[in-house]
Design a protein around this ligand. Structure first.
Ligand SMILES: [Cu+2]
Length: 141
């Protein structure tokens, strides 16, 4: 009995020192994130537009809500997918929609740009397996 209690105590201690974000949240195999608008190869005069973000077989949840099979959108602009074992960076190339938004008004300078979505969990880590869209390219003339 004492041995069992000690074992339980040591397990609790192990959990306590393990950072909460160490384990990535899992995602269902059929989860799918995609850009509804703009379409691939869109030409957007003026460079100001709404990005509409879609998600299937998972739910949107604001950051700070720790539930299975939910996450929030991250829009990657002109950048490759980040490492999946770290929090998604937060900068002008990695926009977080931690309030649970599924559309965003953005503005891009003239040129060719890539857009890609990556879902992140409450701690901004990509899920396991990661849920990301195919990249699209748009042109601002
Ligand atoms: Cu985030």
């Amino acid at each position: 009995m004492l041995r069992q209690i000690l074992l339980a105590v040591s397990m609790v201690a192990t959990l306590a020192v393990t950072p909460a974000f160490a384990a990535r949240m899992s995602s269902p195999e059929n989860a799918e994130v995609f850009i509804i608008w703009p379409p691939d190869h869109a030409v957007i005069p003026g460079g100001k537009f709404w990005v509409r973000m879609g998600l299937r077989n998972m739910g949107i949840s604001p950051k700070g809500i720790d539930l299975p099979n939910v996450g929030h959108h991250h829009l990657l602009i002109d950048t490759a997918l980040p490492p999946f074992d770290q929090p998604i960076p937060s900068d002008r190339n990695h926009l977080h929609f931690g309030a649970g938004e599924s559309e965003a008004r953005i503005e891009l300078p003239p040129g060719k740009h890539t857009l890609q979505l990556l879902l992140g969990d409450t701690n901004h880590f990509p899920h396991d397996p990661p849920v990301y869209s195919k990249p699209i390219s748009i042109t601002v003339p």
